[in-house]
Design a protein around this ligand. Structure first.
Ligand code: GLN
Length: 498
């Protein structure tokens, strides 16, 4: 159905002009959550007090005539692997039960500086490992377009709550596609920025050389505004880009794209892709041509190694990053009287971690072990370098590359959970972007026959976010797809709320 509520930027203007108070905007959000959360199950916790405090401050400043910072007053949800001081960070894992964060993530500090009320923390695949949010130890989040289907993952909670129109904006994290793929499956916009553009300080590490905090929005402009708010150098993250000029994506977002050169990735145009998805991407390419852009096929043969290389590198990094959950330094400890230290470690980990996380720790440790390092880890690094090299070459010919974000639309809950390789293939089109550290955006480009959303992915060279937003915005203006939201039935009153 057509969306009738305000966009994030419109809400901000309404608050600034005194047309609506930030507190009333927040009330609307919590009312929608009370209505739809029982069906969607996107939140791990709500942070009402924190949000109200920020909203009150916004309203106070409006009353004294202050000009508010960008997006002030606009409610936002954040993935539950980003720390807020004094609140739990669960990573949707049993092992972090009882953990309360002693510090704020840099992105949260930025949201605070911009007076954006954080309304709650959202569900994810355990430690962001998965493509469906089903590996969460806490709950199963549903896709708002069809409640029997997954929202994608790992940032499925953040995608679902924006898609269900409970909240206009959210944050996720993207290591191999965890923001773009759920954006695609839920019919919203998500961008994975250039590696280092957004500080990772306070994001629970999965695979540090690939992780990047990334925004979701209901349209391109809102998403661009949010990226503007959260990006920037941070001395607390040694990998953050130090000399990036302060971005203003909104200023030139409506620029003409008739000089745009688009490459269509040939390796993602085959029968591994659902036919309706392929057709929708071909139509999208024609839409770009009608906007004046030129298109050409581009071949990137190294993409065939992407999934295999990723599952070596990402699991290797994860096996090292997750070493800290040992029952001593963090969270839950499983201990029996008279048990020795090793038994405590073993029991804590075997009861605290779910099967997917264990699989990855074992795989990663194996790939790094003596005798196998060269055969697996070193080889995967070479594949990564090849991908970087081919992408660099491609961007000498074209400005952006396009392909489907996900090989299929949303799949049924339970369909792929016991078939890890099939699940891993969900990220076939998104992984190369993290491997190369470049930015990519996913935007809705159509629907399949079951009325499930299809996502188009646009990739650009390092720090080309402004260009990606321009192309995505031009496409969105032409298709108007961002105005469609799922028609959610209100559950009967007897169902428990949250
Ligand atoms: N689905 C991929 C994985 O399971 C990517 C996850 C992510 O981006 N956090 O590793």
């Amino acid at each position: 159905m057509m969306k009738t509520t305000r966009t994030a930027l419109e809400l901000h203007e309404a608050i600034q002009s005194g047309q609506q108070t930030a507190l009333s905007v927040l009330d609307d959000v919590y009312n929608k959550i009370a209505e739809h959360e029982p069906a969607i199950e996107g939140f791990n916790c709500l942070t009402q007090e924190l949000a109200r405090e920020t909203a009150r401050e916004v309203d106070r400043r409006v009353q004294v005539g202050e000009t508010l910072p960008l997006l002030a007053g606009v409610p936002i949800a954040i993935k539950d692997n980003i720390n807020i001081k004094g609140y739990p960070t669960t990573c949707s894992s049993r092992i972090l039960e009882g953990y309360v964060s002693p510090y704020d993530a840099t992105v949260y500090q930025k949201l605070k500086q911009h007076l954006m009320p954080v309304i709650g923390k959202t569900n994810l695949d355990e430690f962001a490992m998965g493509s469906s949010t089903e590996t969460s130890a806490l709950k199963i989040t549903k896709n708002p377009w069809d409640l029997s289907r997954v929202p994608g993952g790992s940032s499925g909670g953040s995608a679902a709550v924006v898609s269900a129109n409970m909240v206009p904006l959210s944050l996720g994290s993207d290591t191999g596609g965890s923001v773009r793929q759920p954006a695609s499956l839920c019919g919203i916009t998500g961008i994975k920025p250039t590696y280092g553009l957004v500080s990772r300080y306070g994001l629970v590490a999965f695979a540090s050389s690939l992780d990047q905090i990334s925004p979701f929005g209901q349209n391109v402009k809102d998403t661009a505004a949010l990226l503007q708010v959260i990006s920037g150098a941070d001395e607390l993250d040694s990998t953050s880009i130090k000399n990036h000029p302060e971005p203003n994506y909104l200023q030139c977002i409506d620029q003409d794209i008739s000089d745009l050169r688009i490459g269509v990735i040939q390796e993602l145009q085959n029968d591994a892709i659902q036919p309706e998805v392929l057709k929708s991407i071909q139509d999208a390419v024609q839409t770009f041509e009608s906007l004046g852009a030129t298109t050409q096929p581009v071949s990137l043969p190294s993409f065939q190694y992407a999934v295999a290389a990723y599952y070596i590198l990402a699991t290797a990094e994860a096996s090292s990053n997750l070493g800290r959950y040992d029952g001593v330094r963090y969270g839950q400890r499983v201990e029996e009287p008279d048990s020795d230290l090793h038994t405590m470690y073993r029991k804590t980990r075997s009861q605290g971690f779910g099967p997917e996380v264990k699989r990855r720790i074992i795989l990663g440790t194996f790939c790094l072990s003596s005798g196998y390092y060269d055969a697996f880890y070193a080889k995967a690094e070479k594949a990564r370098e090849l991908m970087r090299h081919e992408l660099r070459k491609a961007f000498e010919q074209v400005d952006i590359l396009v392909c489907p974000t996900s090989p299929s639309t949303a799949f049924k809950i339970g369909e792929k959970l016991n078939d890890p390789v099939n699940m891993y293939l969900s990220d076939i089109a998104t992984i190369p972007v993290n491997m190369a550290g470049i930015p990519a955006i996913s935007i809705p480009c159509g629907f399949d026959q079951q009325h499930l959303p299809i996502g188009l992915q646009l990739m650009g060279p390092h720090q080309s976010e402004a260009r990606l937003f321009q192309a995505a915005y031009a496409f969105e203006q032409k298709t108007g797809l961002c105005n469609l939201i799922p028609d959610l039935k209100i559950p009967p009153k007897s169902e428990p709320l949250i």
